[in-house]
Design a protein. Structure first.
Length: 72
């Protein structure tokens, strides 16, 4: 099972998002700010990390990755 977990702050509030085998989970309002809903298919875990990281307050991201290396 491939998995990504991201936690941090957005506008001072604690938020989280998760990617598990191509499906998104997390705080509904936070995911909406990324244009996603819980259960949405999202194929690229690396792109998911990049998208979510941009939405978090600077320096607040905590990321746990258990995914295959990006193909060159």
């Amino acid at each position: 099972m491939a998995r990504v977990e991201i936690g941090g702050r957005r506008e001072g509030q604690e938020v989280w998002a998760r990617w598990i085998d191509g499906r998104v989970q997390g705080d509904r309002e936070f995911l909406k700010s990324a244009g996603l809903d819980p259960g949405t298919r999202f194929e690229d875990p690396h792109a998911f990390v990049a998208l979510i990281e941009k939405l978090l307050d600077s320096g607040s991201a905590s990321i746990s990755l258990d995914i295959p290396e990006r193909q060159a």
